[in-house]
Design a protein around this ligand. Structure first.
Ligand SMILES: [Zn+2]
Length: 288
């Protein structure tokens, strides 16, 4: 018995050694590609597919706040070059009766070729844009909604109804507010208005109040701070306690070691509604 097992071990070693020797001599062409950009999981009764849009590094000079705190974050970024890395993602939620997207990535409106890959990820996950019934928008920064519309004004999700908080829509689609915005904020207004326009024209742009119910499976979580109508979407407690939306694009930021650092996620200028609160705290509190 012992001898047989020892012989098997020797044979195994010989096979492994032969394999190593063989593979070391064979040509190894580069793959040049990555795995498809999606991850599927079950969240209670819902199937949630995370869709990769792109990745980039956050710039310290985008942060608004007390100079000492911004400087502290800057020096942490020097110590760890990946400290401010971030990625963009959207979430496809299959409720069983509807296909719902939470955010759609940057499309051609933000970040150049580094972003705008959510459409490919969606296809890799087995869906077509025409199949999407609803898009729930966290906020109207172009890195989250740019994927809705091409630069020539075509709807990329032709059958989808778009849902966004009334306060968010009112703010970014207001010509008056856009006119008094600082120059570095103006592109966000221009983009939001161009992205929304074809859906408004088609009667597919809908606004909601924070306590409204727009979908049986999901509850709106108001998160005003980063933008006036920033919203998260939480699956209903009877199904699960997990949440989605609102924070997926900024995972490194959520790793800031102190709550006071997290407040510098607020990127907009000092409008009354931009109080500097962490946009993520309400959701983190519910999910921790
Ligand atoms: Zn934003």
């Amino acid at each position: 018995m012992f001898e047989k097992s020892a012989l098997a071990r020797v044979l195994l070693l010989l096979v492994v050694a032969a394999g190593v020797s063989f593979s070391a001599q064979a040509e190894q062409p580069l793959h040049k590609g990555q795995a498809p950009g999606y991850f599927r999981t079950k969240v209670g009764a819902l199937e949630v597919t995370s869709l990769y849009d792109g990745a980039g590094a956050f710039q310290v000079d985008w942060l608004k706040g007390k100079p000492a705190a911004v400087e502290e974050i800057g020096s942490a970024a020097k110590d760890n070059p990946h400290f401010l890395d971030g990625n963009e993602a959207g979430f496809l939620i299959n409720t069983g009766t509807k296909l719902v997207l939470v955010d759609v990535g940057a499309g051609p409106w933000f970040g150049g070729s580094a972003f705008g890959h959510l459409g490919e990820s969606l296809r890799q996950a087995g869906y077509k844009p025409e199949q999407i019934d609803m898009v729930l928008v966290t906020h109207l920064h172009s890195d989250h909604v740019g994927g809705l519309t091409s630069k020539s004004g075509e709807r990329q999700f032709p059958n989808a109804q778009i849902y966004v908080a009334q306060a968010e829509s009112d703010f970014w689609l207001s010509k008056e507010t856009a006119a008094r915005a600082p120059s570095d904020a103006k592109p966000f207004f221009d983009a939001a208005q161009a992205i929304a326009a074809p859906y408004i024209k088609a009667g597919k742009w809908h606004t909601f109040q924070p306590n409204e119910k727009i979908l049986d499976a999901m509850t709106i979580v108001p998160l005003p701070a980063h933008t006036p109508g920033h919203s998260g979407y939480q699956s209903n407690p009877k199904e699960t306690r997990s949440s989605s939306g609102a924070t997926p694009s900024i995972p490194s930021m959520l790793s800031f070691p102190t709550p006071t650092w997290r407040q510098y996620l607020t990127l907009t200028w000092k409008e009354p509604l931009h109080s500097g609160r962490s946009c993520s705290r309400p959701l983190l509190g519910r999910t921790s």
